[in-house]
Design a protein around this ligand. Structure first.
Ligand SMILES: [Fe+2]
Ligand SMILES: [Fe+2]
Length: 283
């Protein structure tokens, strides 16, 4: 399935610029581009009644259910990883409002697809907020309070996660010929590419000072785990990671994630995803 080429990931369509009156003339074009293009995922033309007519493998269903939960988990982030520094920053704070809405709609779109396919999302038996969320809340609060450049870390972290998400969805799309799922995944990937573009833009400038980049890199080398995995059962997270990022194509996708993040200041020799996979999945 031919989805977005790599170069499309970092260059959301120019036609989004200027189409929305909520942007101010003096705001940076990267910010205006994101805000102007921010909208809930478009689902009007998806033929939900036809979803059940096409076969979906058990593996794809299981991965979709996992991703639906990861997307939906963003609802807790205002109480965990949204620091005071983030919400007080006019650019980042505004971005996060839109980003949260879009991610939440991805979760709902996947839930609707699964329900239409006859495999509704199982009722949650545990609380949405996990033990790791408490850890995230504590570490975010402390680090953001003592480190004025904390947003460099937040933005770099976001860039890695969005880049990983893009490749994860692309790998999932390659595992199915389901026409409606193909459309849905392509639209989600487009949103993830817009998110990635924003985080990368912010991270590049905030990591420009070597001292800041060194601290951010050291923290990520120590604490990084791939998007979603810390809040999911360990075995399930490893199984999904193996499905998406093992084998010839999967490993190539993981290397592309690390190569992309290597463009950030201070990350030229980083292999965050590759190292995690080597330790948890490839062994
Ligand atoms: Fe998403
Ligand atoms: Fe995203």
């Amino acid at each position: 399935m031919n989805l977005f080429a790599e170069e499309d990931m970092s260059r959301p369509t120019e036609k989004a610029i200027g189409g929305n009156g909520v942007c101010l003339a003096e705001e940076p074009p990267e910010f205006r581009r994101f805000i102007s293009g921010s909208a809930p995922i478009m689902l009007d033309d998806i033929d939900w009644d036809a979803v059940a007519d096409h076969p979906i493998s058990q593996d794809v269903l299981r991965i979709l259910t996992y991703m639906q939960d990861v997307e939906s988990h963003t609802v807790v982030f205002p109480t965990t990883i949204f620091s005071q520094r983030a919400v007080n920053d006019d650019i980042v704070g505004t971005f996060l409002v839109c980003w949260l809405y879009e991610e939440g709609m991805h979760g709902r779109a996947l839930a609707k697809f699964l329900e239409s396919a006859g495999h509704p999302v199982p009722e949650r038996t545990r609380k949405r907020t996990t033990f790791m969320d408490h850890i995230d809340r504590t570490t975010t609060t402390i680090m953001a309070a003592v480190w004025k450049d904390f947003l460099a870390l937040h933005m770099a972290w976001g860039a890695v996660h969005e880049c990983t998400t893009i490749h994860a969805y692309r790998r999932l799309a390659s595992m199915t010929d389901h026409p409606e799922l193909g459309v849905l995944l392509r639209r989600i990937i487009y949103d993830e590419a817009r998110h990635f573009s924003f985080y990368m833009w912010q991270a590049e400038s905030r990591l420009a000072r070597p001292g800041v980049a060194r601290i951010a890199r050291a923290i990520m080398d120590k604490l990084y785990t791939p998007v979603g995995t810390a809040h999911q059962p360990d075995e399930l997270a490893r199984w999904v990671s193996r499905c998406l990022f093992d084998g010839e194509e999967g490993r190539a996708a993981a290397r592309r994630v690390d190569r992309t993040i290597a463009k950030l200041p201070g990350f030229s020799d980083a292999a965050l995803l590759g190292n995690w996979l080597a330790a948890k999945v490839y062994n």
